[in-house]
Design a binder for this molecule. Structure first.
Ligand SMILES: [Zn+2]
Ligand SMILES: [Zn+2]
Length: 284
């Protein structure tokens, strides 16, 4: 994993052509779904991972597949302690020599699994911190774990990226944190009719549908009303259930909402097995 080290990035940064003062900023959803989540947010050759529910080896393979192997990863930000978000965090943190950021509750719930990482930095929802050149704000999400959070990122020229997944509801706090983004990753876990008609046991259906479960396609589409702005360029549907959703359904419902609202945004669907990437425009 040495190729993702800080020194490798130094080469990229200092050799990059200086045509524009706007850094190249982008986001790669490396994997999304109940079998593993990992997202790389990067700007100017530096980056952070949000979650690593893949093995460290597989995360590295996907970063390479996305053409981002020279990005210097400087931190891993964890949203919550479910295995599909942290399975590879320990090994990757150790191999890269980078800190893990997490809420107090998440850090406590993961304490054993993170006991020998280089550093665990406890963050609080509502407070901003800086890493890899971004201003990052953590915000509370609503999920059946200790202290879940999502993250919003702002690069050096004010372009914003928001990621809200694994939440049963979109609270006013979440909406406020991820407003005015250029790229919005939002959970579209299930189609309610498919879930209700599907094979899951009753208690699991109730858990998914609850305020501490997962967002449906309809909830994600409904969120575009408060979250849509003329800055929004790309909407990415996240964490689709393989049992209870179809990419076509998630995309259609979000696209319909975007069209109704007159938004000029693309709608993409993140994938369990391969990266989905977007690069931000130069507009501030
Ligand atoms: Zn999850
Ligand atoms: Zn979860």
């Amino acid at each position: 994993m040495n190729k993702y080290s800080r020194s490798a990035v130094g080469v990229t940064r200092y050799n990059a052509p200086m045509e524009s003062c706007a850094p190249a900023t982008g986001i790669a959803f490396l994997a999304s779904g109940s079998r593993g989540n990992a997202t790389l947010v990067h700007s100017g050759g530096r980056g952070v991972l949000v979650d690593c529910g893949l093995s460290a080896r597989e995360a590295g393979r996907r970063i390479d597949a996305a053409g981002l192997g020279r990005i210097a990863i400087e931190a891993i930000l964890v949203t919550h302690e479910h295995r599909d978000h942290i399975a590879g965090v320990r090994v990757l943190s150790r191999s890269l020599g980078v800190p893990v950021y997490a809420s107090r509750g998440t850090a406590h719930a993961c304490a054993e699994r993170l006991s020998d990482v280089p550093d665990v930095i406890v963050i609080r929802a509502g407070e901003e911190f800086g890493t890899a050149g971004f201003r990052v704000q953590a915000f509370r999400t609503s999920h059946d774990v200790a202290e879940p959070v999502g993250y919003a990122f702002q690069d050096t020229i004010g372009r914003r990226i928001g990621i809200a997944t694994d939440t049963g509801v979109l609270t006013a706090e979440i909406i406020e944190a991820i407003a005015a983004c250029e790229v919005l990753g939002i959970e579209a876990n299930h189609d309610v009719a498919m879930l209700n008609a599907g094979p899951y046991p009753y208690h699991l259906k109730q858990r998914i549908l609850s305020d501490r479960g997962h967002l449906s396609n309809a909830c994600a589409a409904g969120a575009l009303e408060p979250l849509g702005s003329d800055r929004l360029r790309t909407i990415v549907a996240l964490h689709l259930s393989e049992q209870n959703n179809l990419p076509r359904l998630a995309r259609t419902s979000m696209l319909a909402a975007a069209t109704t609202l007159g938004l000029r945004a693309d709608v993409l669907v993140a994938h369990q097995l391969q990266p989905v990437c977007c690069v931000l425009g130069e507009r501030s």
